[in-house]
Ligand binder design. Structure first.
Ligand SMILES: NC(=O)c1ccc[n+]([C@@H]2O[C@H](COP(=O)([O-])OP(=O)(O)OC[C@H]3O[C@@H](n4cnc5c(N)ncnc54)[C@H](OP(=O)(O)O)[C@@H]3O)[C@@H](O)[C@H]2O)c1
Length: 257
C-alpha cells in the first residue's frame, strides 16, 4: 500500500468524504467503522473510480482494547499509515444528570480514548519515519461551554487542547497534527445525537465541503482549523469578550431548539 490513510468513522459523513478526497489523489486507504457493508460499498466505489488499494476493518472503537487490536492488525499486515484521520465520534443531547451515564462513558471512550490511543500508536511510528499527518475531527464545541450536550463538548475540548500541545511537541519531526473544528454539518450526527429536526442544523455545512477544507488544512499542517469563517469570527473575536453566563445561555438555547 502507498501513501496510506487510516480513517476512523469512514462509513458516513465527514469520514466518508475524506476517504473520497484521499482516493482521488491516488492514495490508498484503510477504512474503519462498525457498519461493514457501508465500508465495503465505499471500497468498491473507490477502487473502481480511482484504482487505489482499499482495506476494510470492522471495529467498534468504543470497546476497550479495540484501538490496540486495530493497530496490531495494520502492523501485522505490513501496512504503513502515513495519514491518520481520527474522525469517528458521536454526541448526545440532554442534561448531564438526566442522561444515562453509560452513554457518556462510551462517548468518552470513542471521542477521547480511541483517538488518544491511535494517535499515540501511529504517531510514534510516524515520528520514527520522520513523516506523517494526523487529522483529528474536533468541533467548534471544543471552544464552548456545552449545556445540554455537556460531555460531547468536553470531549471535543480535550481534542482541541491535546492537538495544540502535541503540534508543538512534533515541531521539526516531519509529523503534523491538525484539529478540524466544524460547526453543524449535515451528516448522520444530528440523528444519532438526538437532534433530528433541530433548528441548530438548519443551514448546516455539507460534509463534502467540510472535508475538502479540512484535507487542505491538514496538508498545510495547520494546527487548529475552524472550517467556517462565521464560527472562526465568533470564537476568536466575539467570544473572548462575552461573559460565560451569556455564552452558556446561547448554547443552552441552541441545544434545546
Ligand atoms: N455533523 C456535525 O454537525 C459535526 C460537527 C462538529 C464535529 N463533528 C464530528 O465529526 C466527526 C464525524 O461525524 P459526522 O458528522 O460525519 O457524523 P456521522 O455521519 O454520524 O459519522 C460518524 C462516524 O463515526 C463512526 N462511529 C460511530 N461510533 C463508532 C464506534 N463505536 N466505533 C467506530 N466507529 C464509530 C460511524 O460509523 P458506524 O456507525 O458504521 O460505526 C460513522 O462513520 C465526529 O467526530 C463528530 O463529533 C460533527
Amino acid at each position: 500500500m502507498k501513501n496510506t490513510a487510516l480513517i476512523t468513522g469512514a462509513s458516513s459523513g465527514i469520514g466518508k468524504e475524506l476517504a473520497k478526497i484521499h482516493a482521488s489523489k491516488g492514495r490508498d486507504l484503510i477504512l474503519v467503522a462498525r457498519r461493514k457493508e457501508l465500508l465495503q460499498a465505499l471500497k468498491e466505489e473507490l477502487v473502481k473510480k480511482y484504482n487505489v488499494e482499499v482495506q476494510v476493518i470492522q471495529k467498534d472503537l468504543s470497546v476497550v482494547g479495540s484501538s490496540q487490536e486495530l493497530y496490531d492488525e495494520v502492523v501485522q499486515n505490513g501496512w504503513e499509515v502515513e495519514y491518520l484521520f481520527n474522525n469517528a465520534g458521536f454526541g448526545g443531547k440532554g442534561a448531564f444528570l438526566d442522561r444515562e451515564l453509560e452513554a457518556d462513558v462510551v462517548m468518552v471512550r470513542l471521542n477521547v480514548m480511541a483517538l488518544l490511543k491511535l494517535t499515540h500508536l501511529f504517531g510514534k511510528d510516524m515520528k520514527a519515519r520522520g513523516k506523517g499527518k494526523i487529522l483529528q475531527t474536533a468541533s467548534t464545541a471544543g471552544f464552548l461551554p456545552g449545556p445540554y450536550q455537556n460531555t460531547y463538548f468536553a470531549t471535543k475540548a480535550f481534542v482541541v487542547s491535546h492537538t495544540k500541545g502535541l503540534a508543538h511537541e512534533l515541531k521539526g519531526t516531519g509529523v503534523t497534527v491538525t484539529a478540524l473544528c466544524p460547526g453543524p454539518v449535515a451528516t448522520e450526527f444530528a440523528q444519532v445525537a438526538g437532534f433530528g429536526g433541530s433548528q441548530m442544523f438548519d443551514g448546516a455545512a455539507s460534509a463534502q465541503k467540510t472535508a475538502q477544507k479540512a484535507y487542505a488544512a491538514m496538508e498545510k499542517g495547520k494546527t487548529i482549523f475552524i472550517s467556517e469563517l462565521k464560527f472562526a469570527l465568533l470564537i476568536r473575536v466575539l467570544m473572548p469578550f462575552m461573559p460565560l453566563s451569556i455564552t452558556s445561555a446561547i448554547i443552552a438555547k441552541m441545544q434545546q431548539s
